[in-house]
Design a protein around this ligand. Structure first.
Ligand code: RB5
Length: 156
């Protein structure tokens, strides 16, 4: 993962800027689709823009930040192909990639500090999807998204 997108609302401008600089220093290209102003900003806009870039393959992954990480991840998860996970600590972030093949990570600028955010992003970027039995489960999640059904339950 070398090319990332980052999206945020007005609550998370400082955290976005610090994380972007941190990742660029590590050699990542980081595209900013969030607001750079402290004026009230509707997080679905940046959540959607970032998610579209991940879903299209234009970038390798995405980072979403609002007050809690919840609203912006809900918006992103409405885009087909997105698995955005809200994680407030590194363990869940790592497992979200290893088991759930998350392609976006989200957290809240009102919930965690910048050092925790860096740790979360590092763990997530360094983790690899494990496949195997987890692939089957991720496929089931994507089947629900694709068909609004689940053969294993509905018997289709
Ligand atoms: C903005 O006040 C706040 O609702 C937003 O940042 C986020 O926490 C929503 O989930």
């Amino acid at each position: 993962m070398k090319k990332l997108v980052i999206g945020n609302d007005h609550v998370a401008v400082d955290m976005k800027n610090e994380l972007k600089a941190y990742l660029e220093e590590k050699g990542y290209e980081v595209i900013n689709v969030g607001t750079d102003s402290s004026e009230s900003f509707n997080y679905p806009i940046s959540g959607y823009k970032a998610a579209k870039m991940v879903a299209s393959g234009e970038v390798d992954g995405g980072i979403l930040i609002c007050g809690t990480g919840v609203g912006i991840s809900l918006a992103a998860n409405k885009v087909k192909g997105i698995r955005a996970c809200v994680c407030s600590e590194p363990f869940s972030a790592k497992l979200s990639k290893q088991h759930n093949n998350s392609n976006m990570i989200a957290f809240g600028a009102r919930v965690i500090g910048i050092e925790m955010a860096k740790m979360i992003v590092d763990e997530w970027l360094n983790a690899e999807f494990m496949g195997g039995r987890h692939q089957n489960r991720v496929d089931m999640i994507m089947e629900i998204e694709e068909t609004q059904g689940l053969g294993a339950v509905d018997g289709e």
